[in-house]
Design a binder for this molecule. Structure first.
Ligand code: NAD
Ligand code: MG
Length: 398
């Protein structure tokens, strides 16, 4: 075997970030941690630095970076602490780095994803918002940079694992895709009571332990809407060829329905270390640490249609994909703002959807043909401002 792969983890203190470190720690002969990055949780980043001795640690906030430098002084580590927004892109595209785990939450992860793509890295994408916002620009950066884009979202990893390794065969293989969804914590709750749910109830996911934002998205099924958009770009498919089915047990992670009627599915226990390990080792497979699926101990696997009355946000994926370029960025921006407001206790759960739908309706993306990152970030800012305005009118109307 050749030299160890040098990995940079963007968002190393999060749920995906720590699971990635868990897999890497199982294979010290194959991987070394070149860089770690976090937004806050300086103490956790410090512990990770002491354990994995990265060459770089990145904290965009200058004061927090200073605090980390002080804490690491005298530890004997050679870790250099970088700060500022540009430092994330510098890490993602550093010549020493072979593979980048994109595990930041939200559109904030788009610039470093583009930097990694343009630098031709193995780009492991958990940060779905980045591709939802970036769209064609993201895919073009991957192509131009010669990067290898590997999905980490469990559904997209499942589909990727079912498809031929040779991408040129994908169009002839796929009739349509079926993304599975757990239905989240409110699958059986009376929709009339959804306005009363608390942030703590919304983040209590039945099958997965995840960051707070994606947990709320799972409860509204906006997570699945973002994943439909993600699948459109990852697999270059018309939106009508992407369907969603609720599968409460989270054992079948998604399916490819082939041209000949054959259905390929990927199964396993719900553990993100499986798609992470596959992203790290593709086309090989390595131990992930996940427990094995016990078929004899399984309850029935069941499937049901998502109820649009309970999960109105799901349809917004196809609406945004049918709209002018940039509409998916508008939807994502609105949702990030609305989820943050819900978690802060300033809007009710059901106002997340109203905010998303109204913002999507009111913002004309107006993206010029051949737009770049700057125009997208401007649009993201405009959509956030409109979402906040919508939330204010909702509050006044209550
Ligand atoms: P998390 O909240 O647990 O972690 C987010 C990480 O990003 C943290 O390290 C945080 O410090 C960092 N971060 C947050 N905001 C930042 C900013 N503005 N700039 C720089 N860094 C920032 O989230 P998570 O659950 O690990 O999810 C990460 C991404 O992976 C999300 O896009 C999510 O949708 C996706 N994803 C997560 C899971 C899961 O099981 N957790 C599954 C599939 C996809
Ligand atoms: Mg997913």
């Amino acid at each position: 075997m050749g030299r160890r792969q040098r990995v940079a983890i963007l968002g190393s203190t999060g749920s995906i970030g720590t699971s990635t470190l868990d897999v890497i720690a199982r294979h010290p002969d194959r991987y070394e941690v070149f860089g770690l990055s976090a937004h806050d949780r300086v103490a956790e980043l410090r512990e990770q630095c002491l354990r994995f001795a990265p060459r770089w640690a990145v904290l965009p906030d200058v004061a927090k970076a200073r605090a980390l430098r002080a804490e690491l002084a005298g530890s004997g580590l050679r870790t250099e602490v970088l700060d500022g927004a540009a430092a994330l892109c510098e890490l993602a595209s550093a010549p020493e780095v072979d593979a980048v785990m994109a595990a930041i939450v939200g559109a904030a992860g788009l610039p470093p994803c583009l930097a990694a793509a343009r630098a031709g890295k193995r780009l492991m994408l958990a940060n779905k918002e980045a591709i939802v916002v970036g769209g064609a620009l993201f895919i073009e950066a991957v192509r131009a940079g010669g990067a290898t884009l590997l999905p980490i979202d469990s559904e997209h990893s499942a589909i990727f694992q079912c498809l031929p390794v040779d991408r040129s065969r994908w169009p002839d293989t796929i009739d349509h895709l079926i993304l599975t969804a757990s239905g989240g914590p409110f699958r059986r709750r009376d929709p009339a009571t959804l306005a009363d749910v608390t942030p703590e109830q919304a983040v209590a996911h039945p099958n997965w332990v995840m960051g707070r934002k994606i947990s709320v998205d799972s409860a509204t099924m906006m997570n699945k809407a973002l994943e439909v958009i993600e699948a459109r770009w990852l697999f270059d498919l018309e939106p009508r060829r992407i369907r969603v089915v609720i599968h409460p047990q989270s054992i079948v992670h998604s399916m490819v329905v082939c041209r000949d009627g054959s259905v390929l599915a990927q199964l396993g226990t719900p553990d993100m270390r499986v798609p992470i390990a596959y992203g790290l080792s593709f086309p090989e497979r390595i131990e992930s640490g996940a427990s094995r699926l016990d078929f004899l101990g399984l309850q029935a696997l069941s499937f049901e249609a998502p109820d649009p009355g309970r999960f109105p946000g799901l349809q917004l994926a196809w609406d945004a994909l049918a709209g002018p370029a940039g509409s998916t960025a508008v939807l994502n921006a609105a949702n990030e703002e609305a989820v943050a407001a819900f978690l802060a206790g300033t809007i009710p759960f059901t106002a997340i959807h109203s905010t998303n739908a109204r913002t999507l309706e009111s913002v004309d993306p107006g993206l010029p043909h051949g737009h770049g990152l700057e125009e997208l970030l401007e649009l993201d800012g405009r959509a956030r401002a409109e979402a906040r305005r919508q939330m204010n009118t909702l509050r006044v109307g209550r």
